[in-house]
Design a protein around this ligand. Structure first.
Ligand code: ZN
Length: 574
C-alpha cells in the first residue's frame, strides 16, 4: 500500500503503542471504523449494495458523515447513497452531502445505507466517465470514492474492510483486501476498486518480490493469464526505472459490450491498483502503453509531491498526464515491451491529434475550465506535456537528462513526506530541475503550458535513428455535421460549398453508416453509406477543407539491421 500523507504524519504510532500511552499523554486517539459491504440480491439479480459502518461517535456527540460528492468527472455522487439508518443515535441531513448523527459522546454507532447504480442497465460505451457506481444485474464495479461515507474531520481514523457476499456467488477483486486483515488509514478507502461478478477470473504473478493480481471480468480475445504476463513486464519496466517499489498491486479489467467498430478503454489509477473498463474487442497489445501509463501514476504525481488539490487539479496535468505518456512510451521501448515502430505509431497518433485539435491553442487556465466538459481540451495536456518532456529532455541532455530530475523529485518528495502542505509535483518540478542541473526550465513551461503556444519539435528531437518530419496538408473538413447525422440517421448540416456536397451527398439523405476515414486527417478517404432511390450506395471523398494544418510525424528508417535497431532503441529510450 502506498503510504499516504495522513498516515505518514503519524507513522510512529501503532495501535498497540497507542494503548500503551500513559494517561496524560497527548490524546491522539485513532478510532477504528469498520466498513462492511454486501450485495443486495433479489431474484438472483444484484439490485444495490449495502454499506454498514460501525464507528464511535465524536466526543461532542455530533458525528458528521461526509457523502461522496465529485470524483473522476462524476458529480453529485451523494444521489446514489440511499435510505440511511442509524442505531445508537439520531440521524438528520443538514445538507445533501452530509448525514449528521446526534448521540451520546463516543457512543457505538452503526450506520447502514444502500448504494444504487448510476446507470439504468450497463453504462453506454461512450459515457464521458465511469466515476459513478455500476451495479447489477450480475455484479458490480465501483470506486471507493463513490460509495463510502466517511466521518468528517477524522482523517486519522483507521478503517477495517469487511466483505459479506450475502449468499451470492460473487468473486470480489479489491485492493481493500489488506484492510480485511489489518486496519489501515481511512484515507485508503477512497482510492480503491471493488469489482465483483460470478465469472471474475484472477491470475497472480510475482514482480520483483511483490505480488501482482490481475482480475478480469468479461469475454476478451485473451485470458487473465496472458494479461498478467504482459502486465508483469509493464510493471517491471516502471520499477526498473524508479527502483523503489515492492508493494502489492491489483489490476481489474471489466469488459463491456461495444458497438461494431467501437473500441474504448479507460483506466483509473488508485495508488495500489488500477481499474480498467473496456470494450471486449480491445486487443491485448492495445493495453501495453496504456497499462504502463497507469502504473506510472503510482509515482507521477503521487510520489513526486502529488497532484494540485481542488478544482485547479487539471493545471498540473501537463506534468502528471503528459510526462506519464512520455515515460510510458520511453520505458516500454526500453524494456522491449514495444518496438520502435509501435513507439513511433503511438507518438504519431498523439502528434496528429495535437496538430488537428480544435483546442490546440488553449492556455492552461482554459484547460482547467474546460477539462471535464470538452474532449479536445481534455486530451491537450497529455499531448502537450509529452512533447514538452521531449523538449526538456533535450535541454537537459548534457546534465543527466530528465530522468535525473524525475528521480530527484521523487527523493525530495520522500524526504518531505508528512510535511504539510506538500508542493505538488507539477509546481516543484522546475525548482528541482534548476537545483539539480542549473538549467532554468520555467521559460519553456510558461511558454508552452501557461500560454499554450504551439509546440514544434526539432527534426532530431528523439535522437538515434528517428527523425521528426514536419508536413502541411489541407485542413480536415467534411462539410456536414457527422454527429447530428449519426444521431438522426439522415444527412445533416450539408454545406453546399463543402466536399461532401461536391461528392453528391445531400441534406436529408437516409444515412446508413460510415466506412474508413480518419478524424482530423484530410488525406484519408472517407465513405458515407446512404440510401438513394431505395438502394444503398457508398459515396467516398477526401475531407479537404480550406486552409492548411502543420503536422509532425516520427519516422523510423525502413532498413535497420538488428545492431542498428538496438543502438537506436538505446539512443531513444536510454
Ligand atoms: Zn493518466
Amino acid at each position: 500500500m502506498v503510504v499516504n500523507r495522513v498516515l505518514a504524519a503519524s507513522a510512529v504510532l501503532t495501535i498497540g503503542a497507542l494503548a500503551a500511552l500513559p494517561v496524560g499523554a497527548a490524546p491522539l486517539q485513532r478510532n477504528l471504523d469498520v466498513y462492511r459491504v454486501s450485495p443486495v440480491v433479489e431474484n438472483g439479480k444484484v439490485q444495490a449494495l449495502t454499506v454498514e459502518v460501525r464507528l464511535r461517535a465524536d466526543a461532542d456527540g455530533e458525528t458528521r458523515m461526509q457523502l461522496p460528492a465529485e470524483w473522476g468527472g462524476g458529480e453529485r455522487l451523494w444521489r446514489f447513497l440511499k435510505d440511511p439508518v442509524v442505531t445508537g443515535g439520531q440521524l438528520s441531513q443538514p445538507d445533501e452531502k452530509t448525514w449528521a448523527i446526534t448521540s451520546k459522546p463516543r457512543a457505538a454507532l452503526t450506520l447502514r445505507y444502500r448504494v444504487v447504480s448510476a446507470y439504468d442497465g450497463p453504462p453506454p460505451p461512450d459515457s464521458p466517465n465511469f466515476g459513478q457506481p455500476i451495479i447489477g444485474p450480475e455484479g458490480f464495479y465501483v470506486i471507493g470514492h463513490t460509495i463510502f461515507a466517511t466521518p468528517e474531520g477524522r482523517d486519522l481514523d483507521l478503517a477495517r474492510f469487511e466483505w459479506n457476499p450475502a449468499g451470492a456467488s460473487l468473486r470480489l477483486a479489491t485492493d481493500l483486501t489488506p484492510l480485511q486483515k489489518s486496519p489501515a488509514s481511512i484515507s485508503q478507502l477512497g482510492p480503491s476498486v471493488l469489482m465483483a461478478y460470478p465469472d471474475t477470473v484472477e491470475a497472480r504473478r510475482d514482480v520483483g518480490g511483490a505480488p501482482l493480481t490481475v482480475a478480469v471480468r468479461g469475454t476478451f480475445s485473451f485470458n487473465a493469464e496472458a494479461l498478467a504476463d504482459m502486465t508483469a513486464r509493464s510493471i517491471g519496466a516502471a520499477r526498473a526505472f524508479w527502483g523503489d517499489d515492492r508493494t502489492p498491486f491489483l489490476i481489474t479489467l471489466a469488459g463491456q459490450p461495444g458497438p461494431q467498430g467501437w473500441t474504448s478503454y479507460r483506466g483509473t489509477g488508485l495508488d495500489d491498483a488500477f481499474a480498467v473498463i473496456s470494450t471486449q474487442n480491445t486487443k491485448l497489445e492495445d493495453y501495453r502503453l496504456f497499462l504502463t501509463h497507469e502504473y506510472l501514476h503510482s509515482w507521477i504525481a503521487e510520489r513526486l509531491g502529488g497532484a494540485i488539490d481542488g478544482p485547479d487539479e487539471p493545471a498540473g496535468y501537463w506534468f502528471s498526464e503528459g510526462f506519464t505518456d512520455y515515460y510510458a512510451r520511453r520505458l516500454a521501448l526500453r524494456a522491449g515491451l514495444v518496438d520502435l515502430e509501435t513507439f513511433a505509431a503511438a507518438w504519431n497518433e498523439a502528434l496528429d491529434a495535437y496538430a488537428t485539435s480544435p483546442a490546440i491553442g488553449a492556455n492552461n487556465a482554459q484547460i482547467v475550465a474546460g477539462f471535464w466538459s470538452d474532449r479536445a481540451v481534455q486530451k491537450l495536456p497529455y499531448q502537450r506535456g509529452a512533447q514538452l518532456a521531449v523538449l526538456l529532455e533535450n535541454r537537459l541532455k548534457t546534465k543527466g537528462g530528465l530522468d535525473r530530475v524525475m528521480l530527484a523529485l521523487r527523493d525530495q518528495a520522500a524526504q518531505r513526506r508528512g510535511a504539510s502542505p506538500r508542493t505538488p509535483a507539477a509546481q516543484a518540478f522546475a525548482a528541482v530541475a534548476r537545483s539539480m542541473t542549473g538549467v532554468d526550465l520555467a521559460p519553456e513551461i510558461d511558454r508552452y503550458v501557461s500560454r499554450g503556444e504551439r509546440i514544434l519539435l526539432p527534426a532530431d528531437a528523439f535522437g538515434g535513428c528517428l527523425t521528426v518530419e514536419t508536413l502541411t496538408r489541407p485542413a480536415y473538413w467534411l462539410g456536414l455535421d457527422l454527429a447530428e447525422t449519426g444521431k438522426t440517421r439522415a444527412l445533416a448540416g450539408v454545406d453546399p460549398t463543402g466536399p461532401a456536397y461536391a461528392a453528391g451527398l445531400r441534406e436529408g439523405m437516409k444515412y446508413l453508416g460510415r466506412q474508413g476515414g480518419k478524424p482530423g486527417d484530410s488525406t484519408v478517404e472517407i465513405g458515407l453509406a446512404v440510401e438513394e432511390n431505395g438502394k444503398p450506395r457508398v459515396i467516398r471523398f477526401l475531407p479537404k477543407g480550406p486552409g492548411e494544418v502543420t503536422v509532425q510525424r516520427l519516422k523510423v528508417p525502413t532498413a535497420l539491421t538488428p545492431d542498428t535497431r538496438a543502438a537506436c532503441v538505446k539512443a531513444v529510450a536510454g
